[in-house]
Design a binder for this molecule. Structure first.
Ligand code: AMP
Ligand code: GLY
Length: 422
């Protein structure tokens, strides 16, 4: 059978690589993919624009694609899953309506309150003047969030009222996020440690995936600007048995039930971004997709079939489905381009000495292939991922793999996984 993965990042390389391991799978197409997916056994890239739903549908029919897995949020929010399902093409991912959990912060915050899901106190505004007035009434730091999708840049932590005012000016007056900034959420600043909880969900059924923890800030020790994620490891000891149950009971179940009540039952990966403080949790956000880079270490640990898991969810058979994990730990370190997460360099030639040996896997993200040479094409370029018998070994092997990759301006955090030793 043939599979199609939509997207071009490290997450999509990992999804496609994992799907290809299934013996029943003949070919995995990746749209548009990267240099890593171009070079991988059983994988091939297709150059269709991911906003051209009709061309994607025609391709699926022509190539007899039996499963489409959608990686990134934008095509989900734009309704790619609805479109393909209406054409009877089996697609794993939420409908556009359910993807509003990520696509609109005002929608998700109001949803949390309606269904009793713990979250930071907030207020929403659709104009500059009323948002500005609100700044007089709140303590600092505070958090200003653009409502819509903003490629991970729409959340601004403001230490002072002056900074918050600046954030509102950039959103409402300078139009920094376009339509995504038509309204804002101003939210209480939470302290604690972040964790990602990612599950496969189908209506009211859930299979939680292995736990993981991301490293969002660009610099060692969590300093500097927020990024899409600079590295992740799995399992994450912060999500212990008690917390795991609490997240299912207090966050995932009410969310799944709430979406059913709203008439938009969920199908797909569902990712809760959580802040944990003294064993208590609050939801920072939902993502309607797998995390990047969490996917890379998590899928390296998944022993059973990803394709069977997605199909079981689509067929509403998660209750009878079992998945299997290796007991080994995994760690993934992102190698990024100079300047990321702000303006970064591109088109630097990459040299790779060693890859994919001894439980390691170099997942590509912002790379492209040109006449057999690999060049950088994005902010996050690779995720060097490795398995080990414990976190220490996984971390060491991931950092050894990092050393085998070189391009001008390459940088990475030196402390990915350290949180897991605490
Ligand atoms: P979000 O897209 O809402 O998850 O926000 C991106 C990142 O901003 C989160 O992963 C946190 O690191 C940070 N953040 C978001 N909301 C808050 C908050 N209320 N308090 C503290 N940090 C936050
Ligand atoms: N790693 C965070 C995200 O995927 O949004």
């Amino acid at each position: 059978m043939n599979i199609l993965v939509i997207g071009s990042g490290g997450r999509e390389h990992a999804l496609a690589w994992k799907a290809a391991q299934d013996h029943a799978v003949s070919e995995v197409f990746v749209c548009p993919g990267n240099a890593g997916t171009a070079l991988e056994n059983k994988l091939s890239n297709i150059s269709i624009n991911i906003s051209d739903f009709e061309a994607i549908k025609d391709f699926c029919i022509e190539k007899k694609v039996v499963l489409v897995i959608v990686g990134p949020e934008q095509p989900l929010v734009d309704g790619l899953v609805d479109y393909l399902q209406n054409s009877n093409i089996q697609t794993f991912g939420p409908s556009s309506a359910a993807a509003q959990l990520e696509g609109s912060k005002t929608f998700s915050k109001d949803f949390f309150v309606k269904y009793g899901i713990p979250t930071a106190n907030y207020a929403t505004f659709n104009n500059f003047e009323s948002a500005k007035d609100h700044l007089e009434k709140i303590p600092y730091p505070t958090v200003v969030k653009a409502d819509g999708l903003a490629a991970g840049k729409g959340v601004i932590i403001c230490q002072t009222q002056k900074e918050a005012l600046q954030a509102l000016i950039s959103i409402f007056k300078d139009n920094a996020f376009g339509v995504a900034g038509a309204s804002v959420v101003i939210e209480e600043f939470l302290i604690g440690e972040e964790a990602s909880f990612i599950a496969v969900v189908s209506k009211d059924k859930i299979i939680p995936l292995a736990t993981s923890q991301d490293h969002k800030a660009v610099g060692d020790g969590d300093v500097g600007l927020n990024t899409g994620g600079m590295g992740a490891y799995s399992p994450a000891p912060i999500v212990d048995k008690r917390l795991h149950k609490k997240i299912i009971d207090e966050v995932m179940q009410p969310t799944m039930q709430g979406l059913i009540n709203e008439g938009s039952p969920y199908l797909g990966f569902l990712y809760a971004g959580l802040m944990i403080n003294d064993g208590e949790l609050k939801v920072l956000e939902f993502n309607c997709r797998f995390g990047d880079p969490e996917t890379q270490p998590i899928l390296l640990r998944l022993k059973s079939s990803l394709v069977e898991l997605c199909k079981a969810a689509i067929d509403d058979e998660l209750d009878n489905h079992k998945i299997e994990w290796t007991k080994q730990h995994a760690c993934g370190v992102v190698i990024a381009s100079a300047g990321y997460p702000e303006n970064y360099t591109k088109n630097n030639e990459v040299s790779i000495q060693a890859t994919d040996i001894d439980g390691t896997k170099l997942f590509h993200a912002g790379t492209k292939l040109d006449q057999d040479k690999i060049y950088t094409s994005g902010g996050r370029v690779f995720c060097a991922t490795a398995l080990g018998d414990d976190l220490k070994e996984a971390q060491q092997k991931a950092y050894n793999l990092v050393e085998s990759v070189d391009f001008e301006g390459a940088f990475f955090r030196k402390d990915i996984g350290n949180k897991g030793f605490k």
